[in-house]
Design a protein around this ligand. Structure first.
Ligand SMILES: Cc1cc2nc3c(=O)[nH]c(=O)nc-3n(C[C@H](O)[C@H](O)[C@H](O)COP(=O)(O)OP(=O)(O)OC[C@H]3O[C@@H](n4cnc5c(N)ncnc54)[C@H](O)[C@@H]3O)c2cc1C
Length: 441
């Protein structure tokens, strides 16, 4: 009998798994269960939709025809439980669904507000397309909005609401924006751009109380004693992997669903992928969380191969994100921070990686020119991480050098010399390195 594959989740991890399974086995029975009525869409794209840069129809990476061609049995409902012994799921309403191999691609959701009053109408988070559509309906010109949180999503919310004509106050609990990934100057660059755009920043400020009238948000009272009237309070204080199914089935769980390098959980017939999976790296023995689109896709592909009986190690690549921070193109690669906490986040942000906070012994080289900035985190032999802001010419070469753990000892002293022309040293080195190691792909 054909193997019955069941995937829970229609995000990029679930869809990548479905596409990989279908490519391997045109006749396989693949059921995809997801509670999201919008199906498969780009979550990073939600920020661009909120800002009005793209219409919602551009959020769908696959056409309806391409999804139909996968020939999946698509069930739009919630999964309420897993019975690992009996190898079946319980769906909302009580229906049972048997499986031979199960993939949990259940993602993560925004951490709920950690202050009283979070349930008032007008207090919002940004997880799904439905959230984004509701927010767009609320965010009319002249509306007052308060944003709290850190990382990429809080910034995107502040900018998106501002682009829709709202008056935006951004409250930061700490001294500066995204303090455990950016350095002080990078935070300042981002904050200066927000201010120049007309967003009001409040440092060392928390929500003391959320004030509502008849269940509706009307103002925020801050720890500094200010009362900010508002109709929207957008909260982005981090994300939490959705663990309810894994916990109910007694799978190994820490911050995420624990999976080995084959994406297999503590139960051999159940696999995990994407934002919900905390995947062990056999090289370091560490199991870390990423909330990155390309990582979720790579997990889904590797999990599917293993489910189909082809043992395939998930090769953890260097965590990377190319994004806009207050309109500044920014690439974040590898180990960047010095560890520590960011007061604005209670959990990992979206578009983030725990590995960026690795505090390896390192020297930091910074090259700056107005808004263009390159920060290199240099280990004994290799580059450990890099942050490129503004001009992105060095982004791709640095990604390659860091991913390949290229030996940069020949240019180490040139990089560390005072007054070094870091971009030309790197460009020359990269060209020579690529001539030996193959061209960029
Ligand atoms: C606003 C925003 C900005 C982002 N920015 C970036 C960025 O700049 N760069 C980057 O790389 N990444 C970014 N990300 C993160 C990226 O989108 C995620 O890493 C990626 O989408 C994770 O995919 P996934 O398949 O693991 O999970 P998800 O896309 O979260 O999918 C999970 C699926 O599981 C379903 N599900 C969960 N539990 C159940 C259940 N019990 N029953 C039925 N269905 C269930 C959900 O409905 C959903 O369909 C951003 C995300 C957001 C929201």
């Amino acid at each position: 009998m054909a193997t019955a594959y069941v995937i829970v989740g229609s995000g990029v991890a679930g869809i990548a798994a479905a596409e990989t399974l279908r490519a391997r086995d045109p006749g396989a029975g693949i059921t995809l269960v997801s509670e999201d009525p919008a199906g498969f869409y780009s979550r990073p794209g939600l920020a661009y939709y909120l800002s009005g840069l793209i219409p919602d129809r551009q959020l769908f990476p696959r056409s309806p025809e391409a999804l139909r061609a996968l020939n999946l049995t698509w069930v739009q409902t919630r999964v309420d439980g897993i019975e690992p012994q009996a190898q079946r799921l319980t769906l909302a309403g009580g229906r049972r669904l048997p499986y031979d191999r199960l993939l949990l691609a259940t993602g993560a959701r925004a951490a709920p507000p950690d202050f009283p009053g979070g349930a008032l109408d007008g207090v919002v988070t940004l997880d799904t397309l439905d959230d984004a559509r509701r927010l767009v309906r609320r965010a009319r010109r002249g509306v007052h909005a308060v944003v709290v949180g850190g990382g990429i999503t809080a910034l995107e919310l502040a900018e998106g609401l501002h682009a829709r004509g709202c008056h935006v106050h951004y409250l930061l609990r700490g001294a500066r924006y995204w303090a455990n990934v950016l350095d002080a100057e990078e935070s300042q660059l981002v904050e200066a751009r927000l201010r120049a755009a007309g967003i009001t920043l409040h440092h060392h400020t928390q929500v003391r109380e959320v004030i509502g009238t008849r269940g509706k948000l009307s103002a925020v009272e801050t720890t500094g004693g200010a009362r900010i009237p508002c109709q929207i309070l957008a909260v982005a204080i981090g994300t939490r992997p959705r663990l309810e199914l894994a916990r109910g089935a007694e799978l190994g769980v820490e911050r995420g669903i624990l999976a080995d390098e084959y994406l297999q959980t503590s139960v051999p017939t159940i696999f995990a992928a994407g934002d919900g999976a905390q995947v062990r790296d056999p090289r370091t023995g560490q199991a870390s969380l990423d909330t990155l689109w390309p990582t979720a896709r790579a997990h889904g592909e590797a999990a599917a191969l293993n489910m189909a009986g082809t043992p395939t190690r998930y090769q953890r690549t260097v965590a990377m994100n190319v994004t806009l921070l207050a309109g500044l193109p920014t690439t974040l690669i590898g180990a960047l921070g010095a560890g520590g906490d960011d007061a604005d986040l209670v959990a990992i942000a979206r578009g983030d990686s725990e590995t960026w906070r690795a505090a390896a012994p390192a020297w930091v080289v910074v090259e700056r020119h107005e808004v263009n900035r390159v920060r290199l985190v240099l280990g004994e032999r290799c580059l450990r991480g890099a942050l490129v802001m503004g001009d992105q010419t060095l982004s791709r070469p640095l990604q390659r050098l860091i991913a390949a753990e290229a030996d940069v000892t020949p240019i180490r002293s040139a990089l560390l010399a005072s007054g070094a022309d870091v971009p030309s040293v790197l460009h020359q080195f990269c060209s020579a390195w690529e001539a030996t190691n193959g061209p960029d792909r």
